[in-house]
Design a protein. Sequence first.
Lengths: 305, 192, 220
Amino acid sequence: MDYSITKFLWSLLGLFIILNWGMLMSSTMRRVGARLAGRIGVPMYQPWIDLAKLMALKTWLSHGVMYYIGPVFRLVGGVGMFLFMPIIFGSEIWSNYSFSGDLILLLYFQSFGMLGMAMGASDSSSPHASIGISRGLAQFAAVEVPMTLAVIAIAIQHQTFSFNSIMEAQQGGVLNWTIFTNPLASIAGMLAMLGAMSHSPFNLVKAPNEIPIGPPTEYHSSFLSVLRTNSAIIHVVEAALFMNLFFGGADTWLMYIVKTFFVYFISVFVGMVFPRMKVEDSVRWFLKWPTAVGIIAVLVAAYWK
Amino acid sequence: MQKGINNLIEKFGASDLVERRSGLSFITVDQTKAVAAITHLKDIDGYTVLSFITAADWIEDGKMQLTYMLNNPAEVAEIAIRVMLERKKEAGESMETIHHLWPNAKKWQQELKEMYGVDFPTSPGVNDSFILEGWDDMPPNRRDFDTKQYAEDTFFPRGGRVTHDPATYMREQLDPKDPQYYTKKKKKDINS
Amino acid sequence: MEEKKDKFLAPENEVRQVSAPDGSIIEVDPLKDYFSQEKPEPYKVGSGPVENFLNWARAESLWVLGFGTGCGSIEIPPLVTPRFDMYRFGVQMRATPRQSNVFIISGYLAIKTLKRAIRAYEQMPSPKYIVALGSCTINGGMYYDSYNTINRLDQYLPVDAYIAGCMPRPEALLAGFAELKKLIKAGKGHKANEYVENLEWYKTNQKKIIKDWNMPDYNW
């Protein structure tokens, strides 16, 4: 078979695995949260049922073209992040479409989803959706600052914008991981991760019952199922992004699953401990400590390389 | 006697004083002098808080009673001014407004207009609907409004509703063989 | 609403003339021009193993609209606490009618609330279910002679499951959900179609008591 077709099929298989892993992880984390509250929590298979049910719901609504494109845009953001990041380090078939500048492209894809939602939400004629998305964009812009600073610091440290090179530099032992070789950038990046994962305390923008549910107020049935599919994918991919940057990447699927689980678990753990922050507070917080640490990390990387 | 009551009796011809307990008195004032009496109580005697305005329908006497509950926070005393209006057959008793003394009075008056049909001309927004939306019948708290009849006509009552007299029903349930047992026993206890 | 003047018509819904940017005068009837006039149509109920699977999925994923209509809604918060934990059964709360498919009418329904309940119900995507909680929804309960609360809910909205009691305990609610699940799995959870097919009758009943209608005939 043609090489490009096999590569595409391998990527598709990877996407399928990651989608299911993301759904399993989301129900696991919900059970963890429930146990913390003294409950039993949802069954492990709940996300799949929800997805099937949402697809089976009937809809007659139309709010215009942008309303349809919004969830698709968001899904493109998640899938795009997946496609341009190598899954397994050193593996030819699981390297996806990564190239030498993939880190920059990934940073763009991160904001893709939120922008898509903004387009869709503004067309859905629900005032709640507009308020929700403006708050979401404000918080996301604040999260981007420390994250970009951390990425710049790492790029200076390794003199590259390629995931493969960054992961390669971290091979050969735990002490070679960025989290030990560049702790300042790691701190800034991991704090930004809490915002990027949009878990509590930074999940006000998508929390149920908040004005009243954030951007997807009007989205229902298959639209919502697309959004939920994307959130399953993006949680794993975000975790993989930080795993690749700070925790040395993964060289087997087992390592991939273990590491993404723990990176995701950090954000869940923080979310279980801290209550939600108001959007204006979280914006201020991101622009204060993580940004300060990020700036120092860039300066240190620039002068002490 | 509470502060201000002497004034009410001497200056405004108030009558029918009922002292429930120290610091709570009910007194009846003539309709024409009521607003003047309330103003006097507020400005001079320190009854600065309007707790509520309410109404009672004395259909047998042909009266509609308004009660203004005033509170004196400094002396922890309350005084209720009763005003007896002539009850009209088709709603629309009229009373002077007191929203110039307490702005919140207009909401009470709006509610009284809606629920009892007592009109307060010149009170702002008195004709707007307050709780009921789209009500086009008699004000529902007037006693000649038959709420059961209205509910039966308007809604769709489901059959099979049974009403029991609680006392007899309990007795039958407790001892079906001798329903009067507990009654007899009670009488015997009293006699002995 | 068309010919004779509706005395409860809100001022913002009155037919009025507005001038367009180019200077021409346009007559605007807000209820007709600003809202969709489409009538809903019953959806097609499938059959076979796919439909059975979907019915199972619908039954195991009940998303409840967080709208407490009466005193019975106090029984719903305990359901999400450790003692009753309705998440075990796939029952979750949602904040918007667009994303929910179970509507719990919790207790008495004032005429005012009925109007909002109708709006919320019609905005929910089908298939959707109504669980009527408490005696008030069955025969009026202790408010059977009240001028302001309805007696029988099924005259205004299609009810899938009743939970009797005044008030029913949270356990009764869980039993009600179990009953609803049985109905859905048996393929009997298509009351939304019934509502659409008998829309005329439901609308006549609703409009009989909601006199200030002030909304389109069907809220999309």
